[in-house]
Structure formats: C-alpha cells, structure tokens
Design a protein around this ligand. Structure first.
Ligand SMILES: [Zn+2]
Length: 114
C-alpha cells in the first residue's frame, strides 16, 4: 500500500533558499525573466497575497499555501505568470512559472550589478 500512498499523500519536499522572510507579514521570492535575464525580487504579503490551498484550489498544487501573481520586470515587458506553492514555513514546495523561473536568494544576490 505504501508506495502509491506515499506518492500522493507524502509531504512535498521543501526546497530551501527560495524564500526570505521579511518581518511578520512579508516573504520575498526571486524570479528570473526568460527573455532578458533580469533577476527580480518580489515581496509577497502573507496577509493578502498568499492564499490557503483549500476548497477548489486544494488539489491544484502541492502546497499548504500558494500565491498566483503576474510580474513584469523593469528591463522588458515580458509578463511572468507565477504560481508558487509553499509549506507552512513559507518554503517553496512547487512552482509553475511561465516566461521565467524561480531562483534562490543566493542566485539573486550574485547579481548582474543592480
Ligand atoms: Zn525581462
């Protein structure tokens, strides 16, 4: 019984380093634009932007919470559509990013000079 049950019910693996807490109500995530390579830090308000995965959203991602957001950088007009799933500690446990990708805080820091 174990194997399949674990596949679907097992705790999603938290990926460390993709978020930085900012005070009581903020979490930073970091994205990179596919078209120009710009690294973008996005501050999420845990009180309003991050939602619980419940009701109709419950089965749509691995997280306990998630955010759905469209981000536009300052270097180009590409719209980056991001859905990021979090565990209770705001570690990333899954993501679907269109036109970009999630990067770690360390990757964001080793920046291209801005
Ligand atoms: Zn861009």
């Amino acid at each position: 019984m174990g194997f399949l049950a674990n596949l679907f019910r097992g705790k999603p693996q938290a990926e460390k380093g993709y978020t930085t807490k900012d005070g009581a109500h903020g979490v930073w995530i970091y994205l990179q634009c596919n078209s120009c390579g710009e690294k973008i830090a996005v501050r999420l308000r845990t009180t309003s932007e991050i939602q619980k995965r419940e009701g109709p959203d419950a089965d749509l991602g691995p997280g306990v919470m998630f955010v759905q957001k469209t981000i536009v950088g300052s270097h180009c007009y590409q719209r980056i559509d991001a859905v990021v799933d979090f565990d209770v500690k705001y570690n990333v446990v899954g993501s679907q990013i269109k036109n970009g990708k999630l990067i770690t805080a360390a990757e964001y820091e080793e920046s291209d000079g801005h």
